[in-house]
Design a protein around this ligand. Structure first.
Ligand SMILES: [Zn+2]
Length: 259
């Protein structure tokens, strides 16, 4: 079992949000930290070239829930927050299993752990925006919702040279029409949803996480997973083995949508 010091806290956080299950990606309470406009970003820009910018995928809807169904590929997508030791362990297991993943980072997490942006990109993974504080973004007034999107975008830009390739709304599986419009205004042609929910943030045990994914996944699926929960680390190696057995490759979301 993976049991870093943060495990008990992660379990507590998971228990606290069980009531929010139906909302999708309601994994944790709003992240602590200042409002998007406040607080310096201390990290220096990464020395490598800029990370990839968002792309428009012709023929795809504004909100993408899955990729082409005729392709033997899936995208594992992670809510980027929580204990960086767990995040690093998830990335290491993904890499051991030959997977490339998509990490949607919360802005306050990047403020607290700016080195994680480079760690994600250096592993060949994709990095995107999951709002500045992980509030229920659909419920915010327009100006606040926009600030939540641009606050995280600014952090990503400072750290990587790009606002990230994807935006995923916080505390919801689907963006409201307004949030879709605001994401586009902020520079993201698409909003990234998902069609498979691992429910790993409820800390149901690694076996349940694996069942939740393998029960519904098929070609083109986009799977919602989370950093910050030990079950996810434990689930990943057997999950990747099962995907390989089904001849499904775990690729970045951009790869999934690129023919
Ligand atoms: Zn989330």
């Amino acid at each position: 079992m993976f049991s870093p010091p943060g495990r008990r806290a992660a379990l507590r956080a998971g228990t606290a949000v069980l009531a929010g299950l139906a909302a999708g990606c309601a994994a944790d309470r709003p992240a602590k930290g200042p409002a998007p406009s406040a607080g310096p970003v201390r990290a220096k820009p990464a020395p490598a070239g800029p990370a990839p910018a968002p792309r428009r995928f012709p023929g795809q809807p504004v909100e993408i829930g899955h990729g082409p169904r005729d392709r033997p590929e899936v995208a594992l997508t992670f809510h980027g927050n929580g204990d960086p030791a767990i995040a690093r362990a998830v990335l290491a297991e993904a890499e051991k299993g030959g997977a490339r993943v998509t990490v949607l980072a919360i802005g306050t997490w990047l403020d607290d752990h700016p080195d994680m942006a480079r760690r994600v990109l250096d592993g060949g993974h994709e990095l995107g925006n999951h709002t500045q504080r992980h509030l229920a973004v659909n419920d915010l007034p327009e100006a606040e919702a926009y600030a939540e999107i641009t606050g995280c975008a600014e952090r990503l830009k400072r750290l990587t040279g790009s606002i990230g390739t994807w935006f995923r709304p916080s505390q919801t599986q689907y963006a409201s029409p307004l949030v879709q419009k605001l994401a586009q205004r902020a520079g993201y042609p698409h909003v990234l949803s998902y069609d498979v929910d691992s429910l790993d943030f409820t800390s149901p045990g690694a076996a349940a996480v694996i069942r939740n994914v393998t029960g519904t996944i098929h070609g083109g699926s986009v799977v919602s997973l989370h950093f910050g929960y030990a079950d996810t680390v434990d689930a990943l190696p057997p999950l990747l083995e099962e995907l390989a057995r089904r001849k499904l490759r775990a690729v970045t979301t951009t790869e999934l949508l690129t023919s």
